[in-house]
Write a protein that binds this ligand. Structure first.
Ligand SMILES: [Zn+2]
Length: 278
């Protein structure tokens, strides 16, 4: 029997009833397994989960219809949540949502956070081209960049900061954004140089590039090139913005990119893991 509960509740805060959803194109269902062609991984599925994912793979479907279909097939609400979380976690959910629903989702997320609840973050996956990377960087930094123009304008109007300081802040934000795109492009161009496909994955504030396993030397180069290109882009921006204090910022931001090569972080961890392999 279809549930009266909304898609928002049943999906742990990922979906809305009227979302138009489909399965990411690199995920292919073969029998009872879901193949991820980007990373050459294979996920064995429960028959009911395979059926649910098949419904998602055939054509775009309304979220509530998809969920009701799962409940109608005998799955419990927690099974449904498990399937949605699994597909989301591997970046498999492609969600199309209008502006009104986007605002509705933002309000629901804020309300949920106020009540002390914590929904699951939606994982965004896109082909690792300039557009996909820029979009993922935009999503990851949206909380900062959505509030920055208003905050800076108010601070400027209230004379808390001068016009020069406002300009410097804008230059800093632009550089951060562009260098994040350059960093990810550094990884992607290296991966593509080795004739391998890649996708960008964004979850909350975190960004990453996924690809199939490559040779050790290729993996090492890929880990190195992101921070290097990110750092060089920050230094290059000092030639664009001639402002007091910007050169120091450019240098600090370049160092920040290189710090991601420390063994505790994503790039550094991958680099050191590969170096340790015999
Ligand atoms: Zn990186």
């Amino acid at each position: 029997m279809p549930a009266l509960t909304s898609a928002f509740q049943l999906s742990g805060g990922i979906l809305l009833d009227d979302d138009c959803i489909s399965l990411y194109r690199d995920l292919v269902l073969t029998g009872q397994a879901l193949e991820d062609r980007t990373v050459s991984a294979r996920h064995e599925l429960h028959p009911l989960a395979a059926k649910a994912i098949a419904n998602l793979a055939s054509e775009p479907v309304r979220a509530k219809t998809w969920i009701d279909g799962m409940l109608g097939s005998g799955m419990t609400e927690s099974n449904v949540l498990e399937v949605i979380r699994f597909v989301n976690q591997i970046g498999g959910l492609v969600v199309r949502r209008g502006l009104r629903s986007t605002l509705d989702m933002a309000v629901r997320q804020i309300t949920l956070a106020k009540l002390g609840g914590r929904g699951t973050a939606r994982v965004y996956r896109a082909p690792a081209g300039v557009r996909g990377i820029a979009s993922a960087v935009g999503r990851a930094s949206a909380p900062l960049f959505a509030t920055a123009p208003v905050t800076l304008s108010l601070a400027n109007v209230a004379h808390v900061i001068s016009l020069q300081q406002t300009e410097l802040a804008v230059a800093v934000l632009v550089t951060l954004l562009l260098s994040m795109v350059a960093h990810e492009l550094g990884h992607v161009l290296t991966i593509k140089h080795f004739r391998c496909d890649a996708c960008v994955i964004q979850r909350g504030l975190r960004l990453g590039i996924i690809h199939r396993k490559m040779k050790r030397r290729e993996e090492l180069m890929t880990s190195l090139m992101g921070p290097m290109v990110g750092a060089v882009s920050c230094l290059a921006m000092t030639a664009v913005f001639h402002m007091n204090g910007f050169a120091e910022f450019g240098l600090a931001a370049a160092i920040l990119h290189l710090l991601s090569l420390l063994p505790w972080y994503g790039d550094g961890r991958a680099l050191f893991n590969n170096l340790m392999k015999s």
